[in-house]
Design a protein around this ligand. Structure first.
Ligand SMILES: *[C@@H]1O[C@H](CO)[C@@H](O)[C@H](O)[C@H]1NC(C)=O
Ligand SMILES: *[C@@H]1O[C@H](CO)[C@@H](O)[C@H](O)[C@H]1NC(C)=O
Ligand SMILES: *[C@@H]1O[C@H](CO)[C@@H](O)[C@H](O)[C@H]1NC(C)=O
Ligand SMILES: *[C@@H]1O[C@H](CO)[C@@H](O)[C@H](O)[C@H]1NC(C)=O
Ligand SMILES: *[C@@H]1O[C@H](CO)[C@@H](O)[C@H](O)[C@H]1NC(C)=O
Ligand SMILES: *[C@@H]1O[C@H](CO)[C@@H](O)[C@H](O)[C@H]1NC(C)=O
Length: 384
């Protein structure tokens, strides 16, 4: 293009014969000057435009980088704030000493006061007194803190009495008991030692209570959980399951222990499905919050879960019966983690044999009903 222009100039020079040579020379010189100025300007423009284009294409990356920096900073701050608050109140993941202390039983199978037959549900009160349903001995016993033997709270009051689950009714200073012998749920008032009949039910049922005093009845054979409140004329309303025996999210296979949290969500150990289900209030199906990867011993599996407990942080603790361990699952976790046990079946202090029920005391120590060892193990909370 540049050469063309110069040629044109030369041609013009030839064409402009009539004009004076000096004039045509100066004109050509001016034209050349103009061309060089244009070239200069074009070069300058190119020099300016090229870097701008390069910067523009890279600009998105630059923005992304700065955004990442911002997010990272925010996350760090949040994490720091979180950990500071939680360290002050509660550590994010509580830990327990792995060596358990036998606080009840552990003296073989028998009906002496220092023995337990087949311990089931337990309750720890504010004085660390342990209330235990001693199923095979058909009695409810209490072990005072530090005591080496028990007191019978309710024994064989009649020939048929066979309690299989209990729940403490604090408000009425009573125990709600399912008596398999008479096939009734009863309320036993501690003060005057009298019994009030609540509901007739076929075995095998499991009980729980919410903060409002409603009783929850998990029916192993009906594959449903009902809620019943004093004054209800019926057998209560179904709050979980009720859709037959199966593996769907709205079904159970032989459900057992239940726990009701402060939001009235019902946690059910779905024994035959090797999972724990959470049914929010009013839900038409549950959410699998632990297990459900077939029966097994991996960390994403459970093997016939029994006791289930949810702490203030919303962490779910499961008595993983046939894996002889207690596992914890947090919201959305694919894998649980072993809290205590999991060291093979046995009677060592770090071992369990068929853990069935769980409880915490006010200090956060963990109590495990070590059913086939016929003892209750206390695992002290670790503060380091
Ligand atoms: C972190 O804590 C500080 C003071 O304790 C507060 O000013 C700040 O807003 C908190 N940041 C976040 C992300 O909560
Ligand atoms: C705990 O012990 C105190 C003092 O002995 C007593 O007043 C209180 O009633 C006990 N609590 C329970 C639940 O037994
Ligand atoms: C239980 O403890 C008492 C003292 O508190 C003691 O005298 C008794 O021998 C103990 N019993 C057993 C079986 O260890
Ligand atoms: C026993 O005590 C409970 C609660 O205090 C009361 O409702 C019930 O009527 C009493 N039973 C008898 C027979 O006194
Ligand atoms: C609590 O119980 C009362 C009856 O005593 C009932 O009217 C109320 O709906 C219950 N609340 C919940 C959240 O279950
Ligand atoms: C613990 O297990 C061992 C070996 O199986 C047995 O010899 C011992 O008697 C058991 N101890 C108790 C207290 O059951």
């Amino acid at each position: 293009m540049i050469l063309d222009n110069i040629e044109t100039c030369d041609n013009e020079q030839v064409k402009l014969k009539s004009t004076t040579q000096s004039r045509s020379l100066s004109q050509c010189f001016q034209k050349r000057k103009l061309i060089w100025i244009i070239i200069f300007i074009v070069v300058i423009i190119l020099i300016i435009i090229i870097p701008i284009v390069i910067i523009k294409t890279k600009k998105s990356n630059v923005i992304q980088i700065s955004a990442t920096v911002e997010i990272t900073t925010q996350e760090t701050t949040e994490t720091l704030n979180e950990s500071t608050t939680e360290e002050r109140i509660l550590p994010k993941y509580k830990k327990w000493k792995q060596q358990g202390i036998t606080v009840a039983g552990g003296n073989g199978d028998g009906d002496q006061l220092n023995q337990l037959g087949f311990p089931g549900t337990i309750n720890i009160d504010e004085n660390k007194t342990i209330l235990i349903l001693d199923k095979n001995n058909r009695r409810i016993v209490e072990w005072k803190y530090g005591s080496n033997s028990s007191q019978i709270i309710l024994g064989v009051y009649d020939r048929l009495f066979y309690p299989t689950d209990i729940v403490v009714d604090k408000e009425n200073n009573a125990l709600i008991i399912y008596d398999t012998g008479s096939r009734r749920i009863i309320r036993w008032f501690r003060e005057n030692q009298t019994i009030q009949e609540i509901l007739a039910f076929n075995p095998n049922i499991y009980l729980a209570m919410d903060k409002n005093g409603s009783i929850y009845i998990c029916d192993y054979y009906a594959n449903e959980v009902r809620r019943w409140k004093d004054g209800d004329k019926t057998r209560g309303t179904i709050v979980a399951g009720g859709n037959g025996y199966g593996t769907d999210l709205n079904q159970f296979r032989s459900p057992r222990c239940i726990f009701v949290d402060d939001d009235y969500s019902v946690f059910v150990s779905d024994w035959g499905n090797d999972r724990v289900m959470k049914w929010k209030q009013g839900a038409t199906e549950g959410i699998a919050v632990a297990g459900w990867n077939n029966n097994g011993g991996n960390l994403d599996q459970l093997s016939n879960p029994e006791g289930v407990l949810v702490d203030q942080l919303g962490h779910i603790y499961v008595a993983d019966y046939n894996n002889h361990r207690v596992v914890r699952w947090c919201d959305g976790d694919i894998y649980g983690s072993v809290v205590v046990g999991g060291n093979g079946v046995g009677n060592g202090s770090n071992q369990l044999n068929s853990p069935a029920r769980l409880s915490f005391d006010t200090e956060g120590n963990l109590y495990v009903v070590d059913q086939r060892n016929r003892r209750v193990q206390k695992f002290e909370i670790s503060h380091d």
